[in-house]
Design a protein around this ligand. Structure first.
Ligand SMILES: *Cc1c(COP(=O)(O)O)cnc(C)c1O
Length: 386
């Protein structure tokens, strides 16, 4: 390893280490202060007021810039705040193309802002070349991609869509929450902006809500920073500190969780009580080849449907104990989600059906527990169905 060009993992582990001028603390201190003293009238310092800039938040921004290999990052108070920032780049006449099966709350936010004429909006099927062709002929300004999609893990071809967007004069934005920069780097595939709900894998311990936006375009960064400061969508110093702490083990966590997920997917795929497993790592998955080409791995998220009626889903959920029935994902602990009644309620029944979110669908966020305990737990739930 060269001293001047450390690898990504080294950069993240080393972010801010030994950078404390006051006491030489090894781990960088947490700056909670909202304001900073100015030496004299008319003089300027990098840090004056924490909405505008804060040292702890900046340190996390540096780590995220390194991880996604962009030119800079804006740290926000949530994943939704990150998307809010991004759509502020649009003018009322600009057209935004968004996936018809995007994260439920993103779907709702975009729809309501479009209703208020903040921009024009079209939900598209990014998995169909014909549908995409037609959408691009309408000269969009921004294309939003979420891959893998939530919850049925559809895979969008980021390289191909970004290239088409560029030709049409649009910028490409990718929600990279499900994989993290360890498993997918959208900027390298041609996207202009990548964002995360840091609440999930980046922080990774289910104890803060946060978001971030990374770009490889300096002009876009300037606009994002203006809007983050003006809207006040900024992430709190404490949450930034926690997220940076989480990031230092991101690679270890993601790799262990993914290893577990591969084994869970294989077990479910073979099980008689299971109808369909949605995991891009399975050769039978429609997006397997694109995922294999654009991702570094298949991730730790999967969904599946149980055979029979809704009662079977309830019986299963009542008989698993390690997998907690809860919203969210990407923590060290395994979680189970019933999208139709939990994460995707806000979408409405019609959009849900179109997106493939049926009542029998369950989503799993695989944690870093011992694999045999996870498998035993799920098998116990499936056995209870009888
Ligand atoms: C959770 C999530 C969001 C929203 O992030 P918050 O931090 O909850 O605001 C957006 N996109 C995806 C894919 C998510 O999983």
């Amino acid at each position: 390893m060269s001293k001047n060009n450390p690898r990504r993992r080294t950069k993240i582990v080393q972010t801010g280490i030994g950078a404390d001028p006051a006491h030489h603390a090894v781990i960088p201190p947490l700056y909670l202060s909202s304001t900073f003293e100015i030496p004299g009238i008319g003089e300027r310092l990098p840090y004056e007021y924490s909405r505008t800039r804060n040292p702890t938040r900046d340190m996390l921004a540096q780590a995220m810039t390194d991880l996604e290999e962009g030119v800079g990052a804006s740290i926000t108070s949530s994943g939704m705040a990150a998307l809010t920032l991004i759509v502020h780049l649009l003018e009322p006449e600009d057209l935004l193309l968004a996936p018809f099966d995007c994260y439920g709350r993103s779907y709702r936010l975009l729809m309501e802002l479009a209703n208020k004429k903040h921009f024009r909006l079209k939900f598209v099927d990014q998995y169909s070349p014909a549908g995409l062709e037609e959408a691009f002929s309408e000269k969009p300004k921004m294309v939003l991609i979420e891959s893998p999609s939530n919850p049925v893990m559809r895979i969008a071809d980021i390289k191909s869509i970004s290239a088409k967007a560029k030709k049409a004069g649009a910028i490409t934005v990718v929600d990279n929450t499900f994989l993290s920069p360890i498993l997918q780097q959208p900027l390298k595939l041609g996207a202009d902006i990548v964002y995360h709900s840091s609440t999930k894998f980046l922080n990774g311990h289910s104890d803060i809500v946060g978001g971030c936006v990374v770009t490889n375009n300096k002009d876009i960064l300037t606009d994002l920073e203006f809007w983050n400061n003006s809207l006040g969508t900024i992430g709190a110093p404490f949450d930034s500190f926690m997220t940076l702490r989480g990031l230092r083990t991101l690679e270890l966590r993601v790799h262990r969780a993914q290893e577990n997920a591969e084994k869970v997917a294989a077990m479910l795929d073979q099980h008689d009580a299971v109808e369909t497993v949605y995991y891009p790592g399975l050769k039978t998955h429609a997006g397997h080849d694109i995922a294999a080409a654009q991702q570094e791995g298949f991730g730790a998220m999967l969904s599946f449907t149980i055979k029979g009626d809704f009662e079977n889903v309830k019986t299963f959920a009542d008989n698993v104990h390690l997998f907690r029935l809860a919203q969210s994902l990407g923590g060290t602990e395994s979680l189970m989600n019933h999208p139709a009644t939990m994460t995707h309620v806000s979408m409405g029944a019609e959009a849900r059906e179109k997106a493939g979110v049926t009542d029998g669908l369950l989503r799993l966020s695989i944690g870093i527990e011992h694999i045999d305990d996870l498998l035993d737990d799920l098998k116990g739930g499936l056995k209870a169905i009888g």
